[in-house]
Design a protein around this ligand. Structure first.
Ligand SMILES: [Zn+2]
Ligand SMILES: [Zn+2]
Ligand SMILES: [Zn+2]
Ligand SMILES: [Zn+2]
Length: 475
């Protein structure tokens, strides 16, 4: 463990520039961690304190569908490529212009790919989806060729015998034979990426671009459904990890590998599919999830006001039971019911508050069920305040408040979602003021000012950025 700590801190001190954040934690094994290795605090942290700034070993764009669905970003500057040109250097990646093609960081990888002779396209396209999807594999080589080869041995790899998509995409699209040793390293780095990568978000022209990044310290952080950290990214795609809850010396520092506002069944399913493990944290073991009853559906028995919840939330096949009338429902029946509600929700006119509420009422769906949370978030992210009518605007305000309430009940502390929702609520309140300020008396104005400054404080301390008030989307 000492060796790992030395190497990790040595790496950060050479590539990063925030030296002061290396001394409050250690990578360790044993009783302080939930699973094998983990990161443990060696001092106390207050909410909002920066714990470490992690520097990526690899950053790469997300793969596109093999039919080209999805929007490519320039692999050098990560802007959305509007004028698609194939890199003049010959790698057939869609760069945004000469400047990125000639960028020093792209030079070696471009040369490497050119030597493999990418197949020329007969369909007139200037860049190739297959070559684009191979970016992660090619960038994997840079770990071997740099000073940090060590990480190839110590970072966890996804256990699978399946062919590696990125490497196969590369092989399909080049005319030369891939060097055996290179291929081995690429497969290893892709498996490391699969086990450890984080969604890296960068802002480009008011758009949030989602990339994937491999962060050595964060790779050692274990998962918890009530994580005590949150993170943002700076312009260099470095990950700034901060305490979202108070952390005490000796306590494990955790992150979430899934969506914290999903109910246990969905989180478990996601963790099992993507990371091959079952979480047994205190929230997962609590069928009521801190009283939110996220997973529950209202009882199907006529006139019963109870809610149905799984008896054992960690068992996929668990029987469900109504707390009030004790009616038992099988997991198969529940799945059916869930599917039914899901289909129903798909056809809802999201932006019509009255019909939205009417459907929830007639189908007896409670307000924190995952379907409703999902729709609420869609409404919040997708609606543009200035084009909402008054009813919609007030509805959006209510949805934001409900989300803030849910985050608090789930004990998620100063998480990123809290920052994002606070920002959205702030924009709604500003829009309200814009429309009605002239009618407000001093008292109302004071309440307004107070609300604004409170929300500003929350979002700016969480999001680390002077967020652009016009930026309305998160992809
Ligand atoms: Zn570019
Ligand atoms: Zn190139
Ligand atoms: Zn859990
Ligand atoms: Zn009942």
């Amino acid at each position: 463990m000492d060796a790992i700590n030395d190497r990790v801190k040595n790496y950060l001190s050479h590539v990063g520039d925030e030296l002061k954040y290396y001394d409050g934690w250690t990578i360790s094994t044993g009783s302080a961690t939930v699973a094998g290795r983990g990161v443990v605090a060696t001092r106390d942290y207050n909410v909002g304190d920066v714990i470490f700034v992690d520097v990526p070993l690899i950053v790469s764009p997300r793969a596109l569908g093999t039919d080209g669905t999805g929007s490519p970003v320039c692999p050098v500057c990560y802007s959305v490529v509007t004028m698609q040109i194939g890199c003049p250097g010959g790698c057939q990646w869609p760069v945004c212009g000469r400047q990125c093609a000639d960028h020093p960081e792209h030079r070696d990888e471009c040369r490497y790919v050119r030597q493999l002779c990418p197949k020329t396209k007969s369909d007139g396209h200037v860049w190739s989806v297959g070559m684009y999807n191979a970016i992660t594999a090619v960038r994997g080589l840079s770990i071997r060729d740099g000073n940090y080869k060590y990480f190839l041995d110590v970072l966890q790899k996804k256990l699978t015998d399946k062919l590696t998509f990125e490497v196969e995409e590369l092989k399909r699209n080049i005319s030369m034979e891939l060097d055996e040793e290179d291929e081995k390293i690429m497969v290893t780095t892709c498996k490391i990426m699969d086990a450890n990568c984080f969604e890296t978000i960068v802002n480009r022209s008011n758009k949030s671009i989602s990339l994937k990044g491999l962060y050595p310290v964060a790779s050692f952080m274990n998962h918890c459904c009530v994580p005590n950290t949150m993170h943002n990214f700076n312009e260099k795609q470095q990950m700034i990890v901060k305490a979202s809850l108070p952390i005490y010396k000796g306590q494990e520092i955790t992150t979430s590998y899934t969506f914290s506002i999903w109910p246990t069944s969905l989180r478990q399913n996601h963790l099992l599919m993507s990371k091959q493990f079952i979480c047994t944290c205190r929230r997962c073991c609590d069928a009521e999830e801190f009283g939110t009853e996220l997973a529950s559906l209202n009882c199907i028995v006529k006139n019963c006001e109870g809610r149905i919840l799984p008896i054992n939330p960690l068992d996929k096949m668990s029987i469900w039971q109504c707390k009030v009338c004790k009616k038992l429902v099988s997991s198969a029946e529940m799945k059916c019911f869930y599917k039914h509600v899901e289909t129903l929700m798909k056809n809802i006119n999201l932006f019509c508050p009255k019909s939205f509420e009417a459907i929830l009422k007639s189908f007896n769906i409670h307000k924190d069920s995952p379907f409703v949370v999902d729709l609420r978030l869609k409404f919040i992210w997708k609606s543009k305040n200035h084009s909402l009518n008054l009813e919609q605007l007030l509805y959006k305000e209510k949805l934001c408040m409900e989300m803030l309430d849910l985050i608090q009940k789930l004990r998620l502390g100063q998480c990123r979602l809290l920052g994002l929702i606070s920002l959205e609520l702030l924009k709604v309140i500003i829009e309200k003021a814009y429309r009605f300020r002239w009618k407000w008396n001093t008292k109302t104005l004071n309440v307004f000012e107070e609300q604004i400054s409170k929300l500003k404080e929350i979002y700016s301390s969480i999001l680390d950025e002077d967020a652009n008030l016009d930026n309305n989307n998160i992809q």
